[in-house]
Write a protein that binds this ligand. Structure first.
Ligand code: ADP
Length: 413
């Protein structure tokens, strides 16, 4: 076989998946397990990782040379200086609404994308509760610490939500001035070396003693890496929300666009508030399959909808007052679904146009991942409306972060 091998560990919302790739970038092993309790329970994180690592066949395990971790972006845990958690984790979707007052005192964070659902509210909540002699670590960083028996470090992309600035490579001023700045990790760039697996973990899980651990990325970036897009490919994530992503030469500065560094490459993304969540409001996943079969994707439904869950859009247009239009609903459910799928496709088309206006050439091909990628009729509707060939992918983030580990060890040699 093609040795050596790299391991990727993906900590998701409902469980953990691991993947192993060889140096030809082939996936040679993958396995997953659901959390017994939930995302907040760090015992679940460890137990899931231990179980999956123990079960890796010996012939693969002994050839592992590199490992990287990705986790749900914005899930954070408070621990002591030895890494022992002080509480349950605060999951990414928690909005810590009681911390609004604290946020309003932070002038550079107030009214920025960091205000809601960022890790800053969660950090305020945790430091108010447990004081400032603690470490604040995101899920991927905490598990990486567990592999190394050292919780000092954090990966750059996972820490944007805590106020890390990728361009200046410093913490935002407001964050630097806070009394909890010592709770923050020392930042390592995605793809750079975190360290070598600890001797106790190596013994207990029978991992090679010199297994190198490289800084990983967030779960959504890992999903993009998994499809291994070329420079002319675009990636659309059709999950609860619609996100379009593209590797670019440098960060794009425009409202609603986020920039990440993944393994040294800039990845820009535009996230709309629309997406497949609005479909779930009206239809079960089973209904979606059945009703989609009744759609002829080559013709237009004639419906004009604005498929937002609530008022307000951030990308491709920035309009906090944009109203959802979800009716009039025709009597035919499949016609209604047809209209919804088309209206989301039109927003995606506008998104790619917006990227073009910002100087990013239109992709020659779009690769789609996420729950919506399972729908062949939607794929065809999107091709018709966007005018670019579309490929659906079932690749998982674990494979992406394994590829990142493989790329990182090559660069480090
Ligand atoms: P996330 O991780 O963002 O919550 P997923 O990638 O798991 O989302 O995708 C879940 C979404 O996929 C749901 O909103 C659901 O409506 C949508 N979905 C599931 N099956 C289909 C289908 N056959 N066609 C279109 N959308 C689907």
């Amino acid at each position: 076989g093609s040795l050596p091998l790299a391991l990727g560990i993906d900590l998701g919302t409902s469980g953990v998946r691991i993947a192993i790739v060889n140096r030809n970038k082939d996936l040679i092993y993958t396995s997953s397990v659901n959390y017994e309790n939930n995302l907040e329970d760090y015992h679940d994180w460890i137990n899931s990782c231990e179980k999956l690592i123990r079960e890796i066949p010996k012939s693969f395990k002994s050839n592992l040379v590199a490992c990287s971790v990705d986790g749900t972006s914005g899930t954070i845990i408070a621990c002591d200086f030895q890494g022992d958690p002080i509480s349950k984790a605060v999951p990414y979707h928690s909005n810590c609404i009681d911390e609004t007052k604290g946020i309003l005192k932070l002038s550079t964070i107030k009214n920025s994308s960091l205000e809601r659902y960022s890790s800053i509210r969660k950090a305020l909540y945790l430091t108010n509760k447990y004081g400032c002699d603690i470490l604040l670590r995101h899920q991927a960083d905490w598990i990486t610490g567990w592999l190394l028996n050292n919780w000092d470090l954090g990966e750059e992309g996972n820490n944007i939500k805590l106020g890390w600035n990728l361009l200046s490579k410093t913490w935002l001023k407001d964050v630097q001035n806070l009394e909890w700045r010592n709770c923050l990790p020392k930042i390592i760039s995605s793809g750079n070396l975190f360290g070598t697996v600890s001797s106790s973990i190596s013994k207990r899980l029978d991992l090679p003693r010199n297994l190198k651990v490289f800084a990983g990325t967030t779960d959504s970036n890992a999903a993009v890496l998994a499809v291994n897009p070329s420079s002319t490919d675009g990636v659309t994530v059709l999950g609860s929300t619609l996100v379009i992503k593209r590797f670019v030469n440098g960060p794009i500065r425009s409202h609603g666009i986020t920039n990440h560094l993944v393994g040294g490459q800039w990845l820009s993304g535009g996230a709309s508030n629309t997406g497949a969540a609005v479909l779930r409001r009206f239809f079960s996943d089973e209904d979606l399959i059945e009703l989609s079969r009744q759609i002829n994707p080559e013709i237009d439904s004639g419906l004009k909808l604005m498929p937002l869950m609530i008022k307000g859009e951030r990308f491709p247009v920035n309009d906090p007052d944009l109203e959802p239009i979800l009716g009039p609903r025709p009597t035919s459910d499949s016609l209604y679904l047809h209209g919804l799928l088309e209206s989301i496709a039109r927003i995606e088309a506008q998104g790619w146009n917006k990227f073009e206006k910002l100087g990013i050439k239109a992709p020659q091909r779009i690769i789609t991942i996420g729950g919506g990628a399972r729908n062949p009729q939607w794929r065809r509707i999107r091709e018709r409306i966007i005018g670019i060939p579309i490929l659906s992918s079932k690749k998982q983030p674990a494979e992406g972060v394994a590829l990142l580990a493989m790329q990182s060890i090559h660069k480090s040699l």
